[in-house]
Design a protein. Structure first.
Length: 154
């Protein structure tokens, strides 16, 4: 399945990606880009406080952001030429907030960042922890069963 997906991505989806005009946005002084366990942000930005994460590939006006390092972020706005190389402090703060909101569970930073704690407070839930541990303990066996049934045609 993975090989099929890679073939599809490399022969079909890459054509869409190449039509976009990409730039590397540098973080402004004093700000380091965050990343997360869901790092690619497909953004529709409508105005201050009005956005969603349904934008992206081939959608006119949609923006795609991917942190590459604490200093560099891959960026495109579909249908537009890149405007800048260094993000403004306001744009950087907005991107940081979106990165935190878009994360599934984990946000990664090079150094402590208090905006993460205020935007997404930590919580401890022993029953959720046990449920997830049980899920991962069963995962390998379940995947093997699924693959066996796919290969046998049942």
């Amino acid at each position: 399945m993975w090989l099929f997906l890679m073939r599809y991505l490399l022969t079909n989806a890459v054509a869409t990606l190449l039509r976009h005009r990409w730039t590397i946005l540098r973080a402004p002084p004093g700000i380091r880009w965050l990343t997360s366990d869901n790092p690619v942000i497909r953004l529709n930005y409508y105005g201050p406080g009005k956005y969603d994460f349904e934008g992206g590939w081939g959608r006119e006006g949609g923006e795609i952001l991917l942190p590459l390092s604490p200093e560099h972020l891959l960026y495109t706005k579909v249908g537009s030429k890149p405007r800048r190389e260094t993000a403004s402090p306001q744009m950087a703060q907005l991107i940081q907030r979106m990165t935190i909101e878009h994360a599934h569970r984990f946000v990664f930073a090079e150094e402590p960042n208090h905006s993460v704690e205020t935007s997404r407070p930590r919580f401890v839930d022993p029953s959720a922890f046990k449920k997830e541990a049980d899920f991962w303990n069963r995962w390998q066996v379940e995947q093997e069963e699924i693959e066996r049934s796919l290969l046998s045609g049942t």
